[in-house]
Design a protein around this ligand. Structure first.
Ligand code: 5AD
Ligand code: SF4
Length: 436
């Protein structure tokens, strides 16, 4: 979502004469778009800021101004600390205020007298109604934010505090954006939301639409060849989404459904509102309509109170389900969240050992899955040019990355590719059709 937000910031700034550059050294403005989800991501902000300060001082020596801004969820959560700690930061603004960038910039650059800005409001107006039409050139794959914020309040998570409460855009504006993305070259669109399957936006008929209904409508856009969505919550899987997986060929057989832990005790302490049994049932529903669906998940290891048995339950769940890809993290206490005050913390070395064990299993599963494609033909949408000439990067229907020997003119197209080898992260192959 930060990638999407950064693009939208570009859209707002372009008419003001800004354009994005490759390095920050001589930029007129640097915006750090930040993530607060784990401590590591937050720490990075301050080290990055230190480096940007050097560039700013250098620019000032040469008589140039460099505006330094911190955006995103760290700005939302720790804005005042940033302004106090980093005197050279000119602007701090949260993820719900970036549509106000022109006014904020005017204040900083002196049009109304120069001032440092902090803007961490949750404005009553919705930013999507105030953003200009996106006008950046898109690649063959594009993100489209359809829902933001979260009301679930998992005890470890900052999102409800930094992104605010759940909001769904209306279908008309989403469809219009998808059409423009397609006209600009996007073929594979990933619908985004912190709780994307909780989507309940106003439909074209004035009724409330769920995610499945929205997907059906988006599938009618001819140039959109593939549709994905992320991230889903196990409690919000509606029948219309399952039916869309059954009926809509453009909806890819890929599901990222975070489970976080395999222990019901830990799920309860996390306030996940689902149990392992219901999670398994939900997965079965998807499999019953799309048997080849690729499953991916998120895991938190070492949540307060996690015993060896709880961890074994997570390990067993992974063995049982078999994920094709996954993200696993050590629990990181986040200020202001209920879990940050919990007792029975897990020792760091224990967390490390558990994470390592789980990750070797996940890596093994990913490798086995990828190797199962060797010798087979897969449908690939080419979405990236490689540094090696004569090769393109693409994705299979299952979201697996693939590097293939392919002519550059196949960029943006869906082609049959024969898989020749496979690693844990990606497949390798060549385009099937003769003459390409
Ligand atoms: N510590 C570790 N991982 C976290 N996540 C969210 N909050 C934390 C935290 N405090 C992980 C969850 C979530 C993913 C986006 O980040 O697994 O699904
Ligand atoms: Fe955070 Fe996801 Fe839980 Fe919402 S559902 S609080 S975004 S982990």
């Amino acid at each position: 979502m930060n990638t999407y937000d950064a693009r939208r910031m570009e859209d707002i700034l372009r008419p003001m004469g800004y354009t994005s550059v490759a390095t920050p050294d001589t930029a007129d403005m640097v915006i750090l778009n930040t993530c607060h989800i784990r401590e590591k991501a937050t720490d990075k902000v301050f080290s990055d800021l230190g480096r940007i300060r050097e560039h700013k001082l250098e620019q000032e020596k040469n008589g140039h101004q460099m505006i330094v801004a911190v955006a995103g969820c760290v700005a939302q959560a720790e804005g005042d600390v940033i302004l106090k700690r980093a005197k050279y930061v000119d602007m701090v603004f949260g993820p719900q205020t970036y549509h106000q960038l022109p006014e904020m910039l005017a204040k900083v650059t002196g049009a109304y007298g120069s001032a440092r800005i902090i803007n961490t409001d949750f404005p009553v107006e919705e930013k999507f109604d105030f953003l200009p039409q996106e006008n950046a050139v898109t690649g063959a794959t594009a993100f489209l934010s359809i829902q933001e914020g979260c009301d679930k309040f998992c005890t470890f998570c900052v999102v409800p505090y930094t992104r605010g409460s759940e909001y769904s855009r209306n279908a008309a504006s989403i469809i219009a954006e998808a059409k423009r993305l397609a006209a600009n070259g996007a073929r594979d669109i990933t619908l985004l939301g912190q709780n994307v399957n909780g989507f309940h936006g106003e439909g074209l008929d004035g009724k409330t639409w769920g995610l499945g209904r929205l997907i059906r409508e988006l599938a009618d856009i001819e140039d959109v060849k593939r549709i994905r969505y992320t991230t889903s919550h196990p409690c919000d899987v509606q029948d219309d989404l399952i039916e869309a997986h059954r009926d809509v060929p453009k909806l890819m057989p890929y599901l990222h459904l975070p489970v976080q832990s395999g222990s019901n005790k830990i799920l309860k302490a996390m306030n996940r509102k689902h149990e392992i049994e219901t999670y398994l049932e939900t997965i079965e529903k998807f499999k019953s309509v799309q048997p080849d669906i690729a499953l991916s998940s998120d895991f938190i290891i070492g949540f307060p109170g996690e015993t060896d048995d709880d961890f074994e339950a997570t390990y067993d769940l992974v063995k049982k389900i078999g994920f094709t890809a996954a993200f696993s993290f050590k629990y990181s206490a986040r200020p202001g969240t209920p879990a940050a005050n919990m007792q029975n913390l897990v020792r760091e070395d224990v967390k490390d050992a558990r994470l390592q064990r789980l990750q070797s299993l996940l890596f093994e599963q990913a490798l086995n899955y990828n190797q199962s494609f060797i010798g087979k033909t897969v449908e690939v949408l080419f979405d990236g040019r490689q540094s090696r000439e004569g090769q393109l990067h693409g994705r299979t229907r299952y979201n697996t990355a693939i590097h293939a020997v392919a002519n550059d003119r196949l960029y943006g197209q869906v082609m049959d590719v024969i898989v020749e080898s496979a690693g844990q992260m990606a497949l390798h192959g060549r385009v099937k059709t003769e003459g390409n």
